[in-house]
Structures are given as C-alpha cells and as structure tokens.
Design a protein around this ligand. Structure first.
Ligand code: SAM
Length: 393
C-alpha cells in the first residue's frame, strides 16, 4: 500500500487573519474539504497533496501531518498515547528530534514536563523495537514532532515542512522590519490582486511584496528553491516528489502579464531588493528604482498599490506622522485616480491622517503586532464616498 492510497489528516498553520484566503488557496491546490480554525486549516488529503501544498502554497506557515490523537487525563495517558504510535516506521534512531508542545485549556500543570514525557515515550518505543534511541537537538533537528493538547485530547503531528514555509530561500541579507513572505502574499490575495493588474509597491524595502507577486504571476512555486522535512521521513516517495516538482516547473510562464513596479527612497534597500529579485529569477519581471514615494507618478491609468510604511513613523516620530500621511493622501488623490491602494499599519489614526475613507479594514497580524489592512478606492478628487460602513472581514 502506498502512502497515496490512504487519505491522511493534516493541519497547516497560517498568519492570523489570512485563514479565509488560505482556505481558498487550498481549494485551488486541489484540497476540497477543509476545516478553518483561528490560525490555520485542517484538511484530509493524500500524501502527495502534502508535497504539493509545501511546494506551492504562498500562505501556509507549515504543513503538519497528524499521526495520532487520543483522549487524556494525566501525563501518563499522554505518555501511553505517544508510545502507541509507530515512530520507527517514520524515522530512524540516528535522526535527531525536537518536540514542541502547545496547549489551549490543558488542565495539566507543566508543558515542560509533558515535553519530557513525550520524548521518553518516543525514545522508549525506539529502544523496544530498534535497541537505539534518537537524540534531541533543539537547534537543528532532523525531525520535528508537535503535540497539541486541548482540554481532553492530545494530537501528535510530524512537521513535513522543516524550516517555516515563509522562508523561501531567496533572501540575500536581512533588512529592517521585513514582512514575512506569507503575509505579503496574503495581502496581495486580500487586495484581490490578479497578475493581469499593474502592481506598485512604493515603499518596497527588501522587496517581499513585489517578489511574491512576481512568483505568483510567473507561477513559480514559492518552495522550488528549498528543502523540506518530509524528504527525511522513511515514508518519503522521492520519485513522486520528483514528478510533482517537474510538473510544477512545467507550468511556469515566461513573463509577467502586467507590470510590477517597486521603489524605495533608500538606495541600500533598492540594492538588496535587486539582488533578491535576481536570485529568485524574477529580476527582469520587476521594474525597480530608487525614489521618494511622493515623487512618483502613476505608472498606469489603474492598478493596485500596496503600502507597508515604516513602523518608526508610528512609534517614535509623531511630527513626521502628522506631516507624512496628509501628504500621502493628497498624492494618492491627485495622481492615482482609478487605483486601489492598500495600506498595512498598526496605527488606527492613519486613515484619518490620510484624509480618505477606507472601503475595507481587515485585521491582520504581522508577527505579534496587530495591524489593519486598509483599502482605499481612489477616484478623481478623493476616495470613493463611503455609502455603507466599511467591511470588516
Ligand atoms: C516597513 S519597510 C517595508 C518593508 C518591506 N515591505 C519588506 O518586506 O521588506 C518600509 C520602507 O519604507 C521606506 N520608506 C520610508 N519613507 C519613504 C519615502 N518617503 N519614500 C519611499 N520609501 C520610503 C523605507 O526605506 C523602508 O524600506
């Protein structure tokens, strides 16, 4: 029996606020039945769908394979549930492991102690059947095991992704306050951007948003340049994985259908973005330049603008806030009629400062920071008048 002849259960976490667009993405990747929870989606699918999602999802943070679930009341119950699982069928004792336990409303007092008990159960299982135990490596483990406890049930997962999926392997160096790649992709999806529309990111920093857009437009799988933890599992099917990668590569298109523009006023950022775009193979797809945002003219009659302004403006420089956002509002009204603009900010005063009425405000989390993505529909002489209260998604 191959892994593909059975349906397996998976859970894929995503940034909070992106559950709906992630669910739509999973449907488009061929997963019909999904269960949405806060911070992720559960689904049942064959093994090769897990390969496909790791490779192709722009929004998943990781894909966890659910290997067991059991009711529990005590630490010993958790030990027994972990011991009952067929760990030696999935990896070898020469591979290192890391166990991560998380819980919601778990009545047991110590997650550290539970972690230890699960580790003991896994190691005891290996000693009983292979006479050797795997060792723990919390820094760079070969195999990551997750356990999640609610009030009465413990669920065990093997992490099929390894490094989180937002690490695409394209970053050439770190920049200040970059967006995570899956959040950038989620913003594009929330904006309803289609690759046929012109896109502009005039505060592009390291270029995360335009890069995600170019990958989407060229249908380059976001995971094509990286490795995955499933490649280290005993049940990994190298042949099937090779075929899927080739099938994904074959779907790539040669050029973006509509222009993608990116700029930043900081020459160092422009240089980093340029190297990143080139490294990802989309250097020719993104029209990048150095410019202050307020010096830019609209590059087309209509399109989608995505703005991720610096947080420093919000936190430490109220004067700059006072003067920058009204000028940004005027710039939008005067030069970008016909465009949809999306601003990601943690500062609720921004729409008022910009002087435009948002048509949507979408709660999102940038790491731990609660933000809003504001949509402004720019029409001649101002934003479209709001007839109904803004949509809250
Ligand atoms: C929060 S960062 C953007 C991060 C980016 N989304 C990424 O993922 O790397 C904000 C960027 O706005 C740029 N910026 C600030 N003021 C600007 C201005 N007046 N014109 C153009 N860019 C500006 C900064 O140089 C910085 O790179």
């Amino acid at each position: 029996m191959t892994m593909d002849s059975t349906k397996l259960r998976f859970f894929a976490p995503c940034p909070r606020g992106l559950e709906a667009v992630f669910e739509a993405e999973l449907h488009s990747l061929g997963v019909p039945t999904t269960t949405k929870t806060e911070g992720g989606i559960g689904f049942t699918a064959p093994w090769s769908s897990m390969y496909w999602i790791n490779l192709k999802s722009h929004i998943a943070s990781r894909v966890l394979w659910e290997v067991g679930q059991s009711p529990y009341r005590s630490e010993d119950d958790v030990y027994r549930a972990a011991y009952a699982l067929a760990w030696p069928d999935w990896f070898t004792p020469s591979q290192t492991i890391k166990i991560k336990v998380s819980a919601r409303r778990c009545p047991l007092p110590s997650l550290d102690f539970l972690t230890l008990r699960i580790k003991d159960a896994v190691c005891d299982k290996f000693v009983a059947s292979r006479h050797r135990r795997p060792s723990v490596n919390t820094e760079r483990p070969n195999i990551k095991l997750d356990a999640f406890l609610d009030q009465s049930t413990v669920t065990f997962y093997l992490d099929t992704s390894g490094e989180p999926l937002f690490k695409r392997g394209h970053r050439v160096m770190s920049v200040e306050a970059p967006l995570r790649e899956n959040l950038a992709a989620g913003i594009l999806r929330l904006a309803g951007w289609s690759p046929k529309e012109v896109l502009l990111d005039p505060m592009c920093g390291g270029g995360t948003i335009p890069l995600e857009a170019a990958l989407m437009a060229r249908q380059i799988p976001p995971g094509i340049s990286r490795n995955f933890a499933f490649e280290r599992l005993l049940v990994h099917d190298e042949k099937r994985w090779g075929h899927l990668r080739e099938a994904a590569r074959a779907k790539q298109v040669a050029a973006v259908p509509a222009a993608i523009y990116a700029s930043d006023h900081d020459p160092a950022m422009v240089k980093i973005a340029q190297r990143t775009f080139q490294g990802a193979g989309v250097g020719i797809d993104i029209r990048l330049k150095q410019s202050d945002i307020l010096d830019l003219e609209a590059p087309a009659d209509g399109g989608v603008m995505v703005l991720n302004p610096p947080y420093g403006v919000r936190l430490s420089q109220p004067d700059e806030l006072q003067s920058f956002y009204p000028r940004l509002g005027d710039w939008l009204k005067q030069r970008f009629a016909g465009w949809r603009a999306y601003v990601l900010t943690g500062d609720a005063r921004v729409p008022k400062q910009i002087g435009l009425a948002p048509s949507k405000r979408i709660p999102l989390f940038n790491g731990a920071l609660e933000c809003r993505l504001y949509e402004f529909l720019i029409v001649q002489g101002g934003a479209r008048r709001r007839l109904t209260p803004p949509t809250k998604i």
